[in-house]
Design a protein around this ligand. Structure first.
Ligand SMILES: Cc1cc2nc3c(=O)[nH]c(=O)nc-3n(C[C@H](O)[C@H](O)[C@H](O)COP(=O)(O)OP(=O)(O)OC[C@H]3O[C@@H](n4cnc5c(N)ncnc54)[C@H](O)[C@@H]3O)c2cc1C
Length: 412
């Protein structure tokens, strides 16, 4: 039985933000920009890709992600919406980037190729050498190289600084031994960026080094890890005496934790996925509108309305935090609140969809079947419900986010 999580965290947001920001409507310029983006997506997004996203899939084939990225790239660097003009991006301000990503989500366009575009690219712009910027940024911009993120290890997830995968210096190379786990998209990727232990004395955050590794290097093997419902999204990556040139180190040796904190900070806003949940809710509403009164129609419509109220409240909260005084840079524990609440509602919508579909929601259509009608996307409801349990684990588990809220907001 679904339940809209009752204890709203929204009241914990203490920042003094005016109602004007909360009720913010877009300026005429931003509204024109929004229309331009929406028209572009609706005209250029290939229907076969849109259908897969509308099925709530996150395991899109590499070629589809790259095909869409290249379509955006040709529009003036739109594939890298946060990048400045000097690196080939569109040079948009923060409001434009927000509106752009919102339109992608509302129109069932794929998520951005986040590891290169949203994480490594900006980190290299900040901390990379000129040679690294020259070599690695243009292929990310064009969508020619696919990156994945190698941070977590067995026994080093929430406690990331406990990582043990070693990189020992040998002349002009490091020799890497150990493994990374839960590596999303490593089976699609050409390169992996990650954190490696170069010293074990002192605080565990010290002695960590940030390296860029070609996944074709001798000594690397991948093991697929299947999700509960069978999709292949994550992997374990094994390193056996893998040679990595010192020139592929970002910044200074042993200071990787600083760069990783910067990189993880870039992830703070997207994890609530509010606009994606709006699109999912739209599908749920279409479904429940068809459920007859004697089959529980009123119950489901009531439930969908409750979720919509919560989701809209969260959207307003996100907007007043992002566009209020101080903007996103003033965001502290509020980012944790958005992540917890956003993923709770995301899971709630998919649970309700599965429940409303009844036995039909358990149909396990193979992923490689031709994507189809709205009906078939709802028939994935059981699969989607189980798949999205992951969202409250990754990007900092919800328990860890609650610890942050408890400490920083409640003073516990
Ligand atoms: C689908 C998916 C994709 C991922 N993709 C990537 C990726 O691409 N790259 C990458 O590096 N990592 C990735 N991860 C790893 C992810 O970041 C970790 O799973 C996450 O940080 C949790 O770490 P863990 O799995 O080791 O669990 P643990 O840290 O062992 O936690 C186990 C449980 O204990 C709870 N817990 C732990 N510590 C505390 C505490 N102090 N207080 C209260 N509760 C606590 C956790 O919330 C969790 O419920 C992915 C994970 C998933 C599920």
């Amino acid at each position: 039985m679904y339940s809209v999580p009752a204890a709203s965290l929204l009241r914990f947001a203490r920042r003094d933000i005016g109602l004007a920001a909360m009720n913010k409507s877009w300026s005429p310029e931003i509204e024109a920009f929004r229309r331009e983006v929406r028209d572009f997506i609706r005209t250029h997004l290939p229907d076969d890709i849109r259908c897969q996203v509308a099925e709530e899939r996150m395991d899109l084939p590499r070629e589809d992600l790259i095909r869409w990225h290249k379509i955006l790239h040709e529009q003036g660097g739109w594939g890298c919406p946060g990048w400045p003009v000097e690196h080939g991006g569109p040079g948009w301000n923060f409001e434009q980037q927000y509106v752009f990503e919102r339109e992608l989500a509302l129109n069932d366009a794929p998520r951005l190729m986040i590891y290169g575009v949203g994480m490594l690219g900006p980190t290299l712009m900040e901390f990379g050498s000129d040679e690294q910027k020259r070599r690695f940024l243009p292929p990310i911009l064009r969508g020619d190289v696919y990156w994945c993120q190698g941070f977590s290890e067995p026994n080093a997830g929430s406690d990331l600084a406990a990582l043990k995968c070693r990189a020992d210096r040998d002349g002009d190379d490091y020799i890497v031994n150990g493994s990374k786990i839960w590596t999303s998209d490593a089976h699609h990727a050409d390169w992996i960026f990650g954190l490696y232990r170069t010293a074990s004395d002192g605080k565990k955050q010290h002695g960590i080094t940030f390296l860029l590794i070609d996944l074709d290097s001798p000594g690397i093997t991948l093991r697929p890890l299947l999700m509960f419902e069978g999709t292949h999204e994550v992997n374990q990556v094994f390193f056996d005496n893998v040679r990595v040139p010192v020139t592929h180190r970002v910044g200074e040796e042993h200071r990787g934790w600083t760069y990783a904190k910067y990189l993880l900070g870039l992830e703070r806003f997207g994890t609530a996925e509010i606009s994606r949940s709006m699109a999912s809710l739209g599908r749920l509403k279409t479904l429940v509108a068809e459920i007859a009164a004697d089959a529980g129609g009123a119950y489901y419509r009531d439930a969908a309305a409750n979720v919509e109220i919560e989701l809209r409240a969260l959207e307003l909260t996100e907007r007043r935090l992002l566009f209020g005084p101080g903007g996103p840079d003033a965001m502290g524990p509020e980012a944790s609140m958005l992540k917890v609440r956003g993923t709770e509602l995301q899971q709630c919508i998919l649970e309700l969809t599965m429940e409303a579909m009844g036995p039909a929601g358990q149909i396990d259509r193979p992923r490689d079947a031709q994507p189809g009608s709205n009906r078939t996307q709802l028939e994935q409801a059981g699969r989607n419900y189980f798949n999205y349990r992951k969202t409250s684990i990754y990007s900092g588990s919800n328990e860890i986010q609650k610890n942050i809220i408890a400490k920083a907001v409640l003073g516990l």
